[in-house]
Design a protein around this ligand. Sequence first.
Ligand SMILES: Cc1cc2nc3c(=O)[nH]c(=O)nc-3n(C[C@H](O)[C@H](O)[C@H](O)COP(=O)(O)OP(=O)(O)OC[C@H]3O[C@@H](n4cnc5c(N)ncnc54)[C@H](O)[C@@H]3O)c2cc1C
Length: 391
Amino acid sequence: MNDSPAKRRLDPDEEALLLGTIDRWVERDIRPIVKEYDHADRWPDEVVARMAEFGLFGATVGPEYGGLGLPATTYAKIVMRISSVWMAITGIFNSHLMLALAIEKFGTPEQKRAWLPKLATGEVRGGLALTEPDAGTDLQGIRMTAKRDGGDYVINGTKTWISNGIHGSVFALLVKTDPHAEPRHKGMSLFIAPSGPGFRVGRKLEKLGYKSIDSAELVFEDYRIPADRLIGGVEGQGFYQATGGLELGRINVAARGVGIAEGALELATNYAQLRRTFGKPIAEHQAIQLKIGEMVTRARAARLLTLDAAEAFDRGERCDLQAGMAKYFASEAALENSIESMRIHGGYGYSREFDIERLYRDAPLTCIGEGTNEMQRIIIARQWIKRNAVA
Ligand SMILES: Cc1cc2nc3c(=O)[nH]c(=O)nc-3n(C[C@H](O)[C@H](O)[C@H](O)COP(=O)(O)OP(=O)(O)OC[C@H]3O[C@@H](n4cnc5c(N)ncnc54)[C@H](O)[C@@H]3O)c2cc1C
């Protein structure tokens, strides 16, 4: 089991209607503005407003809290479609949904009632704050502390790389409630941390790609919150809660990778038929065909692996192995397809006037987020060996 109840698959007409709406929105409102916003690293207010209208801030939140309660398969297809044009904006609702998932899966009934309805509408937006300047992969090495003081906790420390850090106003915040606990994870807790006195943005982080969405350092100095903000109400569960959303998180990153891999393929397919050298379209040169053959196959395999993981998730099965494989393969496919597409574009691929340079800058993030691909392969191998242990 994956800890989440099995999700109802949408009927095919219902899903087609929803995806058709997303497609039209992407073509009509996103494609025409993406280059300008990405190059200016500008926050897309109108796009965010439309996301809220579509219900994307509550896409995976249960209908009892005002969400769409979408199955992971449909959710992944939405992310694929948007990412084929502009991957970065999927982070605006995805990081937010990771916060909502932590509350929905592990929160007390009061916490769910208080937070989920306003998160589902996008009235309040936020994200997940785990990483610190000297602890990313080794999450148990974080140094942020929360000390009990009467009916409150007082929090001190710094988070970094937090998506939605500037435009969001509430975060699932991973801290140490017992910095000396052994094993270390037993001293970790997760809080619902809304902005307030003692919580400020340290700085906006400049990035290679993944523009327009804000990534920030968040500083907490004697930040005081009531004890009822501790997710689940019990200390020591934070590591388990923070990583409890990883299956869906990895399916989401895999879907972003599929989107980029398919988007890069589409750009290359079009360009290769229009650009002519030596009297014929470059699509007729075998060197280009070899590239396109590999790109099509990679994109298709990435899509199937991702949907395979999403289907297992929707059946309520444990799917960490499938989600890990999908995330690893699809993100590498995004990276490889974006550079191959760039090469097919020749010198124009290096120009900021063409779209492929954005996909090329955005792709590497998918190899880092929700567990780096180095770790991903190690985890896949360990699980595989464990499941196939020789007695
Ligand atoms: C644009 C962006 C957005 C992000 N958004 C968020 C967010 O919203 N919330 C959040 O909490 N974090 C966020 N992150 C942080 C991200 O999750 C971390 O960067 C990631 O977990 C890696 O941690 P690190 O950067 O500290 O690298 P490190 O952990 O220092 O790793 C450095 C290298 O060592 C490798 N490595 C580390 N340990 C091992 C090991 N045991 N075996 C083999 N190799 C190893 C890694 O794979 C990597 O190649 C974001 C990052 C970026 C770039």
